[in-house]
Design a protein around this ligand. Sequence first.
Ligand SMILES: CC(C)(COP(=O)(O)OP(=O)(O)OC[C@H]1O[C@@H](n2cnc3c(N)ncnc32)[C@H](O)[C@@H]1OP(=O)(O)O)[C@@H](O)C(=O)NCCC(=O)NCCS
Length: 210
Amino acid sequence: MKDLAIYGAGGFGRETALLVQQINAISPRWKMKGFYDDGLKIGQTIDKWPVLGGIREALQLTVDTDIVVAMADPVTRKSIVEKLNNKNVAFPTIIHPTCQTGDDNNQFGKGCILTAGTILTTGIKLNDFVIINLLSTLGHDVVVGSYSTVMPGCSISGNVRIGECTMMGTGARILQNLTIGKNCKIGAGAVVTQSFIDDKTIVGVPAYEK
Ligand SMILES: CC(C)(COP(=O)(O)OP(=O)(O)OC[C@H]1O[C@@H](n2cnc3c(N)ncnc32)[C@H](O)[C@@H]1OP(=O)(O)O)[C@@H](O)C(=O)NCCC(=O)NCCS
């Protein structure tokens, strides 16, 4: 089994450790080594896993290791990935056993995390390092840009395009055929009924620019 570590020992990182255990319980795939986290002390224990270090230690890895960067904030996740330039490190896409991954033609980049109860249909493309969190649904032909995060309970309708590094807050919905730019923040509970360009914070029902 290949070594695996999780970058980020916060709430989502700990949930991701659970996700890895749930995958392993069905079909053993990884040996979980622990967490990397720049804000914690080496050797400290988080849940039952040790903190292995921060970026410096991850860059010194000499054993082939899968690292899952499990920080929900898109900008933080991108900055860690860009620093993790070590030929021994790979970024698997990890998928909870209860995720409905949809049609075989769906495309998933590297480093994605699809958690429990997520449902995807057909013609979908997730670029690299996308997070689709608990119980979210993606309709036909949705495209999600790299590093974007879909928080729990979101609904993305058919033909929606979401740019890079956009965060969709919990319980938000996007109606069909719309485009949301990069670096946007969609507020929890928003219902998005029109397209928005890059760098917008969007809240409310119907959603408006804040
Ligand atoms: C929209 C959001 C990104 C804005 O965050 P922010 O930039 O820090 O903004 P603030 O919290 O300072 O709020 C700015 C304004 O937007 C309003 N607002 C914030 N979130 C809102 C939401 N979801 N719906 C409606 N209005 C919202 C605030 O009341 C405030 O209004 P005011 O200017 O009239 O006082 C954030 O509130 C949000 O919804 N994040 C999603 C978090 C999430 O889904 N977490 C799940 C973890 S698993």
